[in-house]
Design a protein around this ligand. Structure first.
Ligand SMILES: [Mn+2]
Length: 324
């Protein structure tokens, strides 16, 4: 943290970015760091590889967001900060532009192994529940008061990565921060409604169709669902967050691992694993070049959907047997 704080103090212009299809932790942490840097008198821009998802558009009320897809030129910056990821390859086509800029690459992240990524200055803590929690700690170190917009950002980070405080990473720091953030004016139910209660009219039908395809494997310990390209197209048309299928599967008694496999339009299969109990899904995806956390991890597999189903099922089976 010390080296990262030093970087914030010494440099004057920053570009904040995160992984493709930025999730709530990523954009929430960006918002919080944006307002911290502004409070320190710095020049700062948020430029993400992709446009903001509709679910998070309420953040734009107080914080400007740009997308690299629509920005021909990047603003001037001395430091690029990757949030909630650590590799330029995760930032899509923007990664090459950041590298070519010659700017210092910094990383703020809570994924396992992120200090070995592309950052020359890293603030990484895999024990933190969310990247937004790390940014909150920076406010404290620098003695900068947390404003309303930043508080909403940190709150979004926490609820995104803890599943609204249900997962085992919802630790004492998370609950203490949540109380403090609500005290600072965050309207939790407004945030919930903004994210989860503005769904497309087709979303229940798409959820039903997706859930129809789940399979129970390994004696009921693995629940697996696959989304092929035609179904993925329907999901996209209904602006449907496919992660919504994880919870009903995770809720089945005896399930230890949930696997969501999505065929990608540009080839390969995106696999997301969630664990309940002791299985380390980060170790499972590591052998496929993926990453994440012990209980939530993902990888992109250069395989057909059928091949990926078999490979993931085998790997989860080995982990369940204690051979991960
Ligand atoms: Mn995260």
């Amino acid at each position: 943290m010390t080296a990262f704080l030093e970087l914030l103090r010494r440099r004057s212009s920053f570009l904040l970015t995160g992984h493709e299809n930025p999730d709530g932790d990523c954009v929430g942490a960006e918002v919080a760091l944006y307002h911290l840097l502004r409070a320190l008198g710095k020049t700062v821009h948020i430029v993400n590889p992709d446009p903001m998802a509709k679910a998070f558009d309420f953040l734009a009320e107080h914080t400007p967001f740009a997308s690299a897809r629509t920005s021909e030129t990047l603003p001037e910056f001395e430091v690029a900060v990757l949030l909630d990821c650590c590799q330029l390859s995760r930032v899509g086509a923007l990664g090459k532009r950041l590298l070519a800029s010659g700017a210092t690459i910094a990383v703020v992240d809570h994924h396992v192994g992120s200090d070995a990524g592309d950052g020359s200055v890293c603030y990484v803590d895999p024990t933190a529940a969310a990247t937004g929690a790390l940014v909150r700690r920076l406010y404290r170190e620098l003695d900068v008061p947390l404003g309303a917009a930043a508080a909403e950002g940190v709150f979004l980070s926490l609820v995104s990565d803890t599943g609204w405080f249900r997962y085992s990473n919802a630790d004492e720091e998370v609950f203490a921060m949540a109380g403090e953030l609500v005290g600072a004016g965050v309207d939790a139910s407004r945030v919930y409604d903004a994210i989860h209660r503005r769904n497309h009219p087709d979303s229940p039908a798409v959820l039903a169709e997706t859930l129809k395809r789940y399979q129970m494997l390994h004696g009921g310990k693995l629940a697996r669902v696959s989304i092929d390209k035609p179904l993925l197209e329907r999901c996209l048309r209904a602006d449907f967050d496919t992660d919504a299928v994880l919870e009903p599967l995770r809720s089945i008694e005896g399930v230890e691992v949930v696997a969501l496999l999505k065929e990608r339009f540009d080839g390969g299969v995106k696999c997301s694993l969630r664990a309940r109990g002791d299985v380390d899904v980060q170790a499972i995806v590591a052998r496929f070049g993926g990453g994440g956390h012990k209980k939530a991890a993902g990888a992109t597999l250069a395989m057909t959907l059928n091949e990926a189903e078999a490979a993931i099922t085998d790997a989860v089976g080995a982990a369940l047997a204690g051979g991960a």
